[in-house]
Design a protein around this ligand. Structure first.
Ligand code: SAM
Length: 348
């Protein structure tokens, strides 16, 4: 690692900010040694705040029906090969019940932008979950909605909202999405969510088509200045039935390096070791934790829903709906020196 790289990583750990050119320098000059140094400082920063705790979130994939046509996504509207499903409110509540018994204290409802899930239906569902499980947090990841809708869902009891910004660069955004979707609208959503009072998560794919190192530096600067409570980053993985079928997947080591840099800029951030990371490499999620991540999101969806919620090829689809599976996860995390805790796991 050259002297300047080491100085920049150290400065990020101490001051939590860098000019965009320096983020670009760190990305362009990444070496194994630099990544190991960043990971060492990131792990120390996280330990100082969260100890060895890893939070688990129960992911419930409520629908793969989507009005959008994002070019990278396997559940995009134009994919006629995708077998569609949606869970009923009763099925979602059954996932929460099973998850609660297994120690989950956060439920994440994620899905395509499916008009079936009206504000009325979602508010009633959120109220029911919060009444049954007052000690649990409800996280939503349901895409772009109006400010009024976000405010209503928050008033009904939703605590957190995950909405990846996907890329901080408007031109790159346009290369990944159809003309009907706009970068400005995505940013409007993120700013409304924060304003309303949600704990907000943004995020991006690493190695998405046409992404440049400058784009990644822009993403880091955006994450720094937006200062989200959570940030989901994972490698892009192609899906065979999308226009990006023949693009190559993102890199696990680069994703891990970026996780470390994000931990250094925001030591208190909740940073998942994502399913995409675990899908590209068998020990991908462990590598994420060893780079500074402190959250894993095992899947509580019924097995047939998990199989149909294919955002990309080869998605890790072992669920966490049984005690044995959660125990296996605990053991894997324990084997690298961390402890899965049963807590809401709000940002400290
Ligand atoms: N519809 C909601 C939204 O837009 O936020 C939530 C579901 S969306 C499928 C969740 C995330 O999956 C996206 O934000 C995107 O970053 C990620 N994703 C989609 N296709 C992917 C792919 N091919 N490889 C990796 N991640 C992907």
């Amino acid at each position: 690692m050259d002297k300047h790289t080491k100085e920049l990583i150290t400065a990020l750990a101490e001051q939590h900010t860098l000019p965009i050119e320096d983020y670009l320098y760190l990305i362009a000059n990444r070496t194994e040694e630099a990544a190991a140094y960043a990971a060492e400082l990131a792990v120390a920063a996280r330990k100082a705040i969260y100890g060895d705790a890893v939070y688990i979130r129960g992911l419930i994939e409520i629908s793969n029906i989507c009005r959008n046509d994002c070019l990278y996504c396997g559940i995009r509207r134009s994919n006629t090969a995708c077998a569609r499903y949606r869970l009923t409110p009763e099925e979602i509540l059954a996932c929460c019940s099973a998850g609660y018994a297994l120690g989950f204290r956060t439920f994440v409802m994620q899905g395509g932008e499916d008009a079936y899930f009206t504000d009325e239906l979602l508010c009633a569902l959120i109220r029911e979950i919060k009444t049954r499980y007052p000690d649990c947090a409800v996280t939503l990841s349901l895409g772009e909605r109006s400010r009024k809708s976000y405010a209503g869902l928050y008033a009904a009891g939703a605590d957190r909202y995950l909405l990846r910004h996907e890329t901080a660069n408007a031109e790159h955004y346009a290369a990944l999405h159809p003309a009907a979707l706009s970068h400005t609208e995505r940013m409007r959503c993120l700013s409304d969510l924060k304003d309303i009072g949600y704990q907000v998560g943004c995020g991006f794919m690493v190695g998405s088509p046409y992404q440049t190192e400058t784009n990644l530096a822009e993403d880091l600067k955006f994450v720094e200045t937006f200062s989200p409570h959570m940030c989901g980053i994972g490698p892009f993985i192609p899906h065979r039935d999308t226009p990006f079928a023949h693009h190559s997947a993102g890199s696990v080591p680069l994703t891990c390096y970026l996780l470390s840099l994000i931990r250094l800029m925001h030591p208190r951030i909740l940073l998942p070791a994502t399913t995409a990371l675990g899908s590209l490499e068998p020990n991908g999620r462990e590598r994420g934790i060893l780079s500074g991540a402190n959250v894993v999101m095992p899947n509580l969806s019924p097995a047939d829903a998990r199989e149909k919620y294919q955002l990309y090829d080869g998605k890790l689809s072992t669920g966490a709906e049984s005690a044995q599976q959660v125990e296996a996860l605990r053991q894997r995390i324990a084997a690298i020196g961390y402890t899965v805790v049963s807590a809401r796991g709000d940002a400290k």
